[in-house]
Design a protein around this ligand. Sequence first.
Ligand SMILES: Nc1nc2c(ncn2[C@@H]2O[C@H](COP(=O)(O)OP(=O)(O)OP(=O)(O)O)[C@@H](O)[C@H]2O)c(=O)[nH]1
Ligand SMILES: [Mg+2]
Length: 191
Amino acid sequence: MSWLSKLFKQKKVELKASLVILGASGAGKTTLVRYLETGEPVMKDPRITLGIDIRQNPITISGWSLSAIDVGGQELYRESLWSLGVSQADAVIYVIDGTVRPTSDNVAFEVSKFSFDYMLSIVDIKTPLLILINKQDLVDMKPITTQESIELYDITDLVGRSFNILPTSVKFGDGVETAVFWLVNKIKENK
Ligand SMILES: Nc1nc2c(ncn2[C@@H]2O[C@H](COP(=O)(O)OP(=O)(O)OP(=O)(O)O)[C@@H](O)[C@H]2O)c(=O)[nH]1
Ligand SMILES: [Mg+2]
């Protein structure tokens, strides 16, 4: 039985929170939401998210009922909808495609870095921020490590923020448990 299925069985839901999931297009946001909703590996590729998807299926984890706001990562939505999503959420999950490196695809990396910096400019310093360095399963593409991401995205600059950076393969759920538990505990501290 997966960790999510076990947790789904816990009936007592005490606390509610909403999460907004942000990141450049293709990073794995919708895949993460599908994994959280089902607790199963996501074998069917999701379609590109058009606009904002306020999910109706609650995610029940460790006595918490989480609702997810999945926002499209394309430039149009970044400019028009990310702030709206952030304004509705108690915490932010930011998904980075770990296979995007300046050396392999400089344009994609610039978009990824710009999107990250934009997110920092709209998320309040007090809002818990979970940064996922995703697609770690694609070992042939040498995904960046969390240490490399700190340098590439200037993450050392996040003074005063409550944040964490963790490696994941959201398609298979690897690393998701640890990551979401961290976030839920941070939200609890903030409430
Ligand atoms: N191998 C692997 N593929 C992944 C992972 N996460 C996402 N993908 C794939 O990456 C592609 C994009 O995933 P999405 O979840 O649609 O990305 P998104 O961030 O929602 O993209 P937008 O909706 O355009 O903003 C899909 O083909 C997924 O199957 C992962 O952890 N590992
Ligand atoms: Mg999507």
